[in-house]
Design a protein around this ligand. Sequence first.
Ligand code: NAD
Length: 296
Amino acid sequence: MTKIAFIGLGNMGSGMCANLCKAGHEVRAFDLNADAVKSAVEKGAAAAASVADAVAEAEIIVSMLPAGKHVLSVYFGEGGVAAHASKGALFLDCSTIAVEDAREAARQAEAAGFLMADAPVSGGTAAADAGTLTFMVGGSDAAFAKAQPVLDAMGANIFHAGGSGNGQAAKIANNMLLGISMIGTCEAFNLAEKLGLDAQTFFDISSVSSGQCWSMTKYCPAPGPVPTAPSNRDYVPGFAVAMMLKDLRLAAEAAGSAGARTDLGEMARRIYEDLDQRGFGGLDFSGVMKDLKGGL
Ligand code: NAD
């Protein structure tokens, strides 16, 4: 049993916090939204009235916040985690943020005498609720060893990706590939259909040929071949366009600072930005298919 502070009880954090409680950890939960705290208490956590109150006795502080600016201010701002955590506590941020923000946070934590790891996740709210997330962890061996038992309670696959920021690097490189492959899959299904093939016939052929990819076999953007895919429920997410756009922007930022060429990643970013600007940020990211068919 570990004393844990959990900060950020939104779509993802609520399920993750509940799984920590279920595993027998003593969790003090905080969110700016009082209803979110109330619902965490119903699932076994103790309510904290502030960040300071949540972290005072915690051995591990877990956060699941919207973006880098929230993470830096929750940990290092006035009244933040670093000012109130007890000596030796581990900071474990599971939010998806810029690689540079994660490295900056780890630098500040270390300077204040704390261990910190970035541990972004793959898998949406269903995996957060079920405790089957994939965690990609960036940080020292000591931080990883301390984090692992807690991550095990929230996830099914835990990877140590290297030093600080490497968890975020793995996450955005993976999601950039996902964005590109989804758009490619949509274009291929649309082309095949326009040339006279139905979606199922093309799926049967391509899913065992060289075009095969996760976007096709697990999340087919054309309705029919994969019954669980959002394409069968008019592209209700799933994984929304706005979320994919966030990750592609982070990938573009990281590519810029690392000097990596990502021409297709950049094109994917523009395609999702266009959908978002036209008001389709809440559509599933496989909804590119609907757009190609003129349905938006
Ligand atoms: P969310 O907006 O539902 O939850 C964020 C929570 O943080 C909110 O409840 C908000 O009130 C709280 N918060 C914000 N500032 C705070 C502060 N200063 N102090 C305390 N609480 C604060 O977001 P989400 O969907 O749960 O996503 C969280 C993170 O996980 C994001 O970085 C996202 O990119 C990443 N992620 C999300 C998904 C998904 O499918 N939703 C999948 C993988 C990764």
